[in-house]
Write a protein that binds this ligand. Sequence first.
Ligand code: 5GP
Length: 184
Amino acid sequence: MKAGKLIVLTGPSGVGKGTLVRSLLNRHGELCLSISVTTREPREGEVEGQHYYFVSRARFEEMVEAGELAEWAEFAGNFYGTPYFGLKQEIGEGKWVILEIELEGARQIRNNFPEALRIFILPPSCDELERRLRSRGQDSESAIARRLLRAKAEIAAAGEFDFQVINDDLEVALKGLESILSLE
Ligand code: 5GP
């Protein structure tokens, strides 16, 4: 059996990580996605246990205190974290587990799982990122402003990652990821 792997995908909100991850999962059966817990309200169409586990702030704090999270961070006023639950088992079973997380969490994973492969997804430009964030129409004006501010800080840290992939054309970005991961 192939050895399991931990793959961290990080990049600013709106860069298209979700679409890239969904395409990778559709194409490659050996990949699976870690489902995070969050205190954010579900967006329209988001499904409990599929997009996130939606929890209260009190429950999130309990999980942090009980050491149930492999990493966690605050992002734009909400908390997000990766439950250990399932993670080690899936890697042990030979799966390649993708974590789609922000910068602070990716730094914690580097410390806790130094063997993880860490990839940063870049937008073609900051203007294009702003356009994508607005066009998805999911966030308020203040949430977009917070996400853009955070995006600039995250992009400045892209060099900390093992690989950087620019998401301009989706197919080109996917090919880039597949070649980094040595997927056929
Ligand atoms: P969104 O609210 O758009 O779903 O996610 C906001 C940000 O939180 C995104 O950059 C996403 O990658 C990140 N994120 C999602 N789950 C986790 C997690 O478990 N841990 C960390 N650190 N960040 C996460």
